[in-house]
Design a protein around this ligand. Structure first.
Ligand SMILES: NC(=O)c1ccc[n+]([C@@H]2O[C@H](COP(=O)([O-])OP(=O)(O)OC[C@H]3O[C@@H](n4cnc5c(N)ncnc54)[C@H](OP(=O)(O)O)[C@@H]3O)[C@@H](O)[C@H]2O)c1
Length: 244
């Protein structure tokens, strides 16, 4: 089954660093025209220089309104990797309202609105499409100091299923990828703490962290024709964390 995506148009949010950047580069390598969205110009300048020459960058904040208008206007959009997200780990009893609002705004409200704008663009151009939400293993289980993050990723899991059911008649598939801990700029400060690192390794039966490539491979499957009958699914890339 071909992984060639020639002629397809993709948007990847949070594509300046980490998982999103890996996805943007893999999609472009496979032949798609990619729009990479993030706020930091310096990161995006590196992404734009990708050897494929097929990555356009947008310096935009996904929590704002401007990016939504731009997404809705994209012609022949067929792929969205709805990846931008963040975390502020805190004990439940210490969660401050600013952190609560920040994580919900980015991980749920913006993810919902970006997906809505992308679905509108797909419907307007009559494209069949694949939307992949970047969830987390924390969308399936709980973990200490992660009440807000777990709540938002469980919301993404529900959004994935409901969107999948509603958009299936239009040929738009909607799935999630649910990674375990992947070493990226988001998690590096957490994993630099030896006690936390030991906890994480103790929870992963495979005995290793996931890599950006592990997550990219799952995304590439979900946007490829080989997953044409897969929708409403959450593909865990967690080394067995949630199987216990
Ligand atoms: N790393 C892990 O272990 C892990 C595990 C499970 C799930 N995930 C999920 O995977 C996704 C990506 O995580 P990551 O580890 O790759 O994160 P990361 O290294 O922090 O990268 C996040 C990217 O999103 C962009 N971004 C953040 N806020 C944004 C906003 N408001 N508007 C536009 N872009 C924004 C960042 O760029 P700017 O700051 O320049 O905008 C950056 O390019 C997240 O949804 C995360 O929850 C990560």
């Amino acid at each position: 089954m071909s992984m060639q995506l020639n002629g397809q148009v993709a948007i990847v949010t949070g594509a300046g660093r980490g998982i999103g950047r890996g996805c943007a580069e893999a999609l472009a390598t496979a032949g798609a025209k990619v729009i990479a969205v993030a706020r930091s110009e310096a990161d995006l300048a590196e992404v734009a220089a990708h050897e494929s020459g097929r990555i356009e960058v947008w310096v935009d904040d996904v929590t704002g309104d401007d990016v939504l208008r731009k997404i809705e206007a994209v012609e022949n959009l067929s792929i969205l990797v709805n990846n931008a997200g963040g975390n502020r780990p805190q004990a439940f009893v210490d969660v401050d309202v600013d952190s609560l609002d920040f994580v919900i705004d980015l991980n749920v409200r913006a993810a919902f609105r970006v997906a809505q704008a992308a679905a509108r663009a797909m419907l307007a151009s009559g494209s069949k499409g694949s939307i992949v939400h970047m969830s987390s293993q924390m969308g399936h289980v709980g973990s200490p100091n992660r009440t807000v993050y777990c709540m938002t990723k469980h919301a993404i899991e529900g959004l994935t299923k409901a969107m999948a059911v509603e958009l299936a008649p239009n040929g738009i598939r909607v799935n999630a990828v649910a990674p375990t801990f992947i070493e990226t700029p988001l998690t590096k400060p957490m994993l630099d703490d030896p006690e936390f690192r030991d906890f994480v390794f103790g929870m992963i039966p495979m005995g290793k962290l996931g890599s950006i490539d592990d997550v990219v491979a799952a995304v590439m499957y979900l946007v490829s024709p080989g997953s044409g009958m897969v929708t409403g699914h959450s593909l865990k890339v967690d080394g067995g964390w949630t199987a216990q």
